[in-house]
Design a protein around this ligand. Sequence first.
Ligand SMILES: Nc1ncnc2c1ncn2[C@@H]1O[C@H](COP(=O)(O)OP(=O)(O)OP(=O)(O)O)[C@@H](O)[C@H]1O
Ligand SMILES: [Zn+2]
Length: 743
Amino acid sequence: MPAANPEPSAQMPSVVRVAVAAPVGELLDYLRPASGNVSPGMRVLVPLGRGQRVGMIAAVNQPTDLPSARLKRIATVLDPTPLLTPADLSFLLWASEYYRGDPGEALFGALPARLRRAQPLLDDRPLGWRVRAGAVAEPPDLRRAPRQGAVLALLTAAPQGLTDAAVRTALGDCSGPLRALAARGLVERCRLDAPAAAAVTQLPQPEPPPSLNEHQADAEAVVAASQGFGCFLLDGVTGSGKTEVYLRLIARVLDAGRQVLVLVPEIGLTPQLRKRFARRVPAPMAVLHSGLADTDRERAWRAAAGGEARLLLGTRSAVFTPLPQLGLVIVDEEHDLSLKQQEGFRYSARDLAVRRAQQAGCPVVLGSATPALETLHNARNGRYRHLRLPERAGRAVDPEILLADIRAQPLETGLSHALLTRMEREIDAGNQVLLFLNRRGFSPVLTCHDCGWVSECTRCDARMTLHRGRAILVCHHCGLEHRQPVQCPYCASPDLRPLGQGTERVEDTLRQRFPGLPLARIDRDSTRRRGELERLLTAAARGEHRILLGTQMLAKGHHLPGVTLVGILDLDHGLYGSDFRATERMAQLLVQVAGRAGRAERPGTVLLQTRHPQHPMLQLLLRDGYGAFATAALAEREEANLPPFSHQAMLRADSPKEQAALDFLLQALAAARPLAPQDVEFWGPAPAQMERRAGRIRAQLLLQAPTRALLQGVLAPLLPALRALKAPRELRWSVDVDPQESL
Ligand SMILES: Nc1ncnc2c1ncn2[C@@H]1O[C@H](COP(=O)(O)OP(=O)(O)OP(=O)(O)O)[C@@H](O)[C@H]1O
Ligand SMILES: [Zn+2]
């Protein structure tokens, strides 16, 4: 039997392997601290360079190649007990290896903010007061300070202390007397031991579920019958009741005493969904998303890690949260791009969810009405089990999709006559209309009618968008803002004209055309204030607005029962986009937006404005549905040898200096070629599609291999080689394994 953890001997230094919170690219070896216990999952302070850094112990009692003279010693152990279990650590380290991230960055990125620094776990216990042990000062003179006497008597009777609230209930506001007693050393402020359950919500009365239809029941039964790990694609048209299936599965797993992880895209984590879960799941639930304050995140993380929260509902980074009794993972809207982290440690939360379920030995359900082609491919080749919900649940029927050919048609701020006529009809009938335009702001460009000046960003290869409400020009790529010019900055002409339209401009037109009609614009600008999106969506779901106008925020997962007409102003760029995923995304967006129509008793219609009504992929999608579209799109990918029929990694570099990024990537290519077998291909280096962004010149190099293993085989030795390359200081580079965007 191999001795896994040999006891340290005097000859062999016992080395601790640490993931340091610094971009060092690998785990580092340290000597045990002079005293005290060390275990994997504890945070430590270690010397690095001239300073100290926080680190996480990844392994103890490890052999090392380093001579003992070069080994430094762990300075301080920060945690009395591990924050992460060995299973958590192995998952996180696996993720950092697969995505070729920095192990320290991956581990610490998964922790609540305060724990990334050298701070102790948040002490949640309520604050209160108690009599100081061995207090020796004179008690108060009761004739001159009766309130102090009363407080002292109260606290003396409760030696473990009393919370602020308890003191207030007994004696009213006592802050003055308490301060006086504390100043004299008689009482002290302290944390009181009491269970802290603030991060978990639990509603007492679960709502009775609807009875499942046949398809839903079949899907539930298949997942419920599975033993151990299994991956399921729940491929159900919009409004088919996927969420109902999740809720049933969740109930089973909770009953069996295990925990559930539900991942949703950022925008889908609306309070609507949270409330629906809270009403239906009779167990403590915690929620994690980027809008939370740090302390709330830490509470939720701890509740999940400690097992108090039985269900964790969260956005992509929640996939890293420790859940010691994980029994089911659900990824809703699995096709959604926001499940992919696009900067820093770049990972796919969907793909990691599958890995996580595999490690936990439990099922994972990926749900969508428009599955990603990667996922469909896995379902079709048998790696995932394909479950279908082909019909809408309840009494709702599929919406009818009509094309409005807008070639040579007069448009009123992007709205065709056909669309306006239908809108009037639905509004007169008392229904709601939803309009979709995936472009915020007033107009994407401002131009000078006299000299042809256009509002270009000085830092990007892009135009600045006019936001007329705030009277500014904004670059949506780098955030640069200018005041809206009153005359042309080039020729001083006052004749400046907005070109094209965003949601703000369409709103203007609609308010003129339908005066007094309640209208809500829902985009990133109109929902900036916390709680505003929730307020607007709740009101919209109640039918308060007759017209809803918005960007893709409105497309995702919302249940808007009063909407009978969906108008899609412009999706044409998706038909001819330069990214090979452009048509896939266009199809997903179209089906998802269309899915907001006719979700209740009243049937729905979708009107798609287009200048390419004959486009074969569009025709196929409308005639035969997303499944048929996906089959054709997958055939094209196979023909072109693109993912999922090959595997890619993108190296990106940027620098304020011309040529520097390309030069770096040329060196990278030279380093990579000798490492790569023949069937690994390299594309580039080439300038990025938007070459200049935020003042930096960008370039990219794509690696493509027939299998993941081959790709990883090149990346494993390549990354250390790249870190060792001499790059100028101002150059930045990154690697993106399974990139989702070629920009
Ligand atoms: N078996 C059922 N009987 C009656 N109503 C149902 C049933 N299942 C679901 N519903 C209702 O149908 C509506 C849509 O269901 P749900 O939100 O679960 O669909 P979904 O597939 O998740 O939709 P989407 O993909 O559009 O987000 C909800 O109002 C839900 O309560
Ligand atoms: Zn810019």
